[in-house]
Write a protein that binds this ligand. Structure first.
Ligand code: C2E
Ligand code: CA
Ligand code: CA
Ligand code: CA
Length: 279
């Protein structure tokens, strides 16, 4: 019993219809969450392997469906970008992060965290007032800009290099730093290291997996670690899940590690409880 609508036959079990309905649904949930300020932010520690202490956090957005389950960030971020909700969403997320830093993190008697990583959407970077908006939000909450590192991916190629460099120089002059995220997943990554002022390179989980399991990859990536350190940049290894992986990286003098081995992304209160153990 196919329905005829706008002259099109809609197959009730057509997978493209399912995907379309799903994305409409996510868009509705997202819009309501922005409206009601119920978008959540979880935090994943980044650990200094030399002493085993957390020294940075990555903020990761979380959106709950009506039944309480989580909608994967990759899905709702994409839908936010396609629907234009991304600007309001990112502002919501940055507000939440700043309030957490102001009221919880910097209120710790001994805060071990000196940097909070925030994921940016490339669409934000296309906005001429992006740097001012971010600085305003940080300073409105009385936080030092040097507390923040902004994570960008190779999708930044969508922005003209002139505009991107303008944003980066305005922000770095005020103390905000930049990390190249998902290093090793694109094909033009080296050119970003050369062209832009990143102070940290985050090696993607897939690249780290190759490093641990493939001999050729092990040699190449091992050399990349050295080159990046020679350039005076930090390396963060992502997606580390076992003690063995951690120990291998320690042998290679990798200082910063992020992954389930230390902690999954956790809600703000749990994060503070975790950090209190290290104060
Ligand atoms: P990402 O920036 O590469 O974030 C790291 C992802 O890896 C997170 O997934 C994290 O939960 C996961 N992860 C961390 N350690 C491990 C591990 O040891 N093993 C495995 N298997 N996974 C690990 P998550 O939270 O699902 O986020 C997915 C992506 O969504 C992020 O990838 C980022 O691109 C995007 N995203 C998340 N929050 C935001 C946001 O506030 N703004 C924007 N624009 N994008 C965001
Ligand atoms: Ca990231
Ligand atoms: Ca990443
Ligand atoms: Ca990723």
């Amino acid at each position: 019993d196919n329905k005829i609508s706008n002259g099109c036959i809609l197959w009730p079990d057509d997978p493209s219809q399912k995907i379309y309905r799903r994305s409409l649904h996510i868009r509705k949930v997202l819009e309501a969450a922005i409206e009601n300020d119920t978008v959540e932010v979880y935090y994943q520690p980044i650990v200094d392997v030399s002493d085993g202490r957390p020294c940075m956090l990555e903020a990761l957005a979380r959106l709950r469906d009506n039944d309480g389950s989580f909608i994967p960030p990759d899905q709702f971020i994409t839908i936010a970008e396609q629907s234009g909700l991304i600007y309001r969403l990112q502002q919501c997320i940055l507000d939440k992060i700043c309030i957490f830093c102001r009221d919880k993190l910097t209120a710790l008697p001994q805060n071990p965290i000196d940097r909070v990583h925030v994921n940016l959407s490339v669409l934000e970077c296309m906005q001429p007032d992006m740097a001012d908006r971010i600085l305003n939000t940080i300073e409105r909450n009385g936080l030092p800009p040097k507390l923040f590192s902004l994570e960008l991916t190779e999708r930044m190629a969508l922005v003209t290099p002139e505009l991107m460099k303008h944003h980066m120089s305005v922000l770095t002059n005020r103390g905000v730093s930049f990390s190249l995220d998902d290093y090793g997943t694109g094909n033009a990554n080296i050119s970003y290291i050369i062209e832009y002022n990143f102070d940290t390179i985050k090696f993607d989980r897939s690249l780290m997996h190759a490093f641990f399991t493939n001999e050729k990859a092990h040699h190449i990536i091992g050399r990349e670690f050295l080159i990046i350190k020679d350039l005076g940049l930090n390396v963060i290894a992502e997606g580390i899940e076992t003690e063995e992986e951690m120990l291998t990286l320690k042998e290679h003098h990798i200082q910063f590690i992020q992954g389930y081995y230390y902690s999954r992304p956790i809600p703000p209160d749990e994060c503070i409880a975790y950090l209190e153990k290290f104060s």
